[in-house]
Design a protein around this ligand. Sequence first.
Ligand code: SF4
Length: 350
Amino acid sequence: MTASISDPLLDWYDRNARALPWRNPPGAPLPADPAWPYRVWLSEVMLQQTTVAAVKPYFEAFTARWPDVEALAAAGEDEVMAAWAGLGYYSRARNLVKAAREVAARGGFPDSEEDLRKLPGLGAYTAAAIAAIAFGRCAVVVDANVERVVARLFGIREPLPGARKQIRERAGAITPDTRAGDFAQAMMDLGSQVCTTKAPRCLLCPLSAQCDGREKGIAESLPVKPAKTAKPERRGTAFWIERTGEAGREVWLVTRPGRGMLGGMRALPDDGWSAQADGSGQPPLAGEWEDLGAVRHTFTHAHLTLAVRRAQAQGEPTGDGEWWPLARLDEAGLPTLFAKAARLALARAG
Ligand code: SF4
């Protein structure tokens, strides 16, 4: 069974592999570059819940600025958080710094799935992917793409998440002892380029002869997804507080608490929307407030409508924060939600 799937798949990969900045060419020996596991790890953490197109510029910027794990370990957490801004799921950036420091302190990355899993921010999938891709270990790598390919290949009709055990066992049974990293990446490429969620391109698929889902005409309906629950709607208010200081126009920015939504990121002050559904908190400054409209943002767990209000500072706002020059606002590392709110405020300022 293993060879009947892995041989045609690896042949296809040798001809069709996507060229990605973090990738070794198909069939090539593992690079001797000591920074190789770092590049694989960094790319895999960035790719969690994020598309290849979104990750590419961040990967290139990170590796240009911090070319190896020692350099990243020596960076300040605030610098890394700011460089991560816009990529989302910010707990990844905090864990990235923690993991880099652990790895640098122990003198390099561990090369087994079990030890990789002990690093901050590494779950089963990421540890398996790094073990296979960076170190050539025979690890079973199952992401959403692989899950879809395997469910179709074996015609698995049990709904997710219950089907995951069976999918994992099947994926394990077809993973070869050699070229495990190429095999994992071939499955991912097949899932993203050919065995797509909608309208899989079975005519181009190297596994079409072995595919139970295609033969039975049910491929597109697999894997069977659990019923969707509607995301809750949250509302809140962000406060744009401006003054003209020595450096020209400035806006008041805060650093969000380390735990919780967008933890540790620079942001506009807000009224606690992440904890309250009605956004009824108080502005951090008494005075004349102007309503500028609202921005919408969707998180994994909720939709948020964030009203934006503006005031000219007549004194110092309450709480900790810093005056940030508007001319350098793009260097503040605002996460996407607050970057949208800032754009609205600046557009309304004319
Ligand atoms: Fe996916 Fe079609 Fe290939 Fe089956 S034959 S693995 S459904 S693309």
